[in-house]
Design a protein around this ligand. Sequence first.
Ligand code: GTP
Ligand code: MG
Length: 234
Amino acid sequence: MKISLVLLTFNEIDGVRALLEKVPLDSVDEAFAVDGGSTDGTREFYARHHFRVVEQTSRGRGEAFRIAFATATGDALIFFSPDGNEDPADIPKFRPLLEQGYDMVIASRMMKGARNEEDHQRFKWRKWANQAFGIMANLTWNRRPFITDTINGYRAITRNAWEQLRPDGPGYTIEYQSSIRAFKRRLYIAEFPTTEGARIGGQSKAHSIPTGLRFVKLYLRELFLGQHFNKANK
Ligand SMILES: Nc1nc2c(ncn2[C@@H]2O[C@H](COP(=O)(O)OP(=O)(O)OP(=O)(O)O)[C@@H](O)[C@H]2O)c(=O)[nH]1
Ligand SMILES: [Mg+2]
């Protein structure tokens, strides 16, 4: 199976500087970055290291996923965000599950053996909100075993699944929408536990309240669309 690795960055110079050399490139067949228009030296860093970059024409992670599928030649794509939250040592864990036939593989911050960035805090607001969205999606659409982390960006998706699901969501909703539509089509999803690290530098661009509202809107739209999302996107 041919696997493409996609790095997603928008002003992530501290992260790429610390992590690019830790990415196990020998475990994938192709690798490139999709950049959302960084102005902090991220793009220049890639250029200096002869790492291929595709520039986005419009911003947001949703657009980045779509550009990645349009650019990559692999049968499956692994998405890795080098901001410190995701451990590059997990990258080789996706292949065996994809080769077993799973349509989507998610590195879970919520399952047994995993660690969430907020686990040391008493009030895990973001984790709880993510879990609530996850439960809503599982209860509404999932007829297979419970998926613990429907939102994490650290995941692999096969091209075949992507073409069936055609996710059209904006920004940070892209992963939640991919999971929801995979539930609707009864695709096979695997999870493995991961340890979420702290952000290395720069800033988060995902602001909790507006992002949460976009998730609610997306959930309602998916409820309305039901199984008819292919037509809606055409
Ligand atoms: N290609 C691309 N990447 C983006 C875009 N927006 C954010 N990213 C990257 O996506 C990853 C996750 O974004 P973050 O802003 O860290 O969101 P988050 O992980 O929910 O927030 P933190 O927990 O604070 O790190 C990072 O590697 C960002 O650089 C975009 O518009 N295009
Ligand atoms: Mg992050």
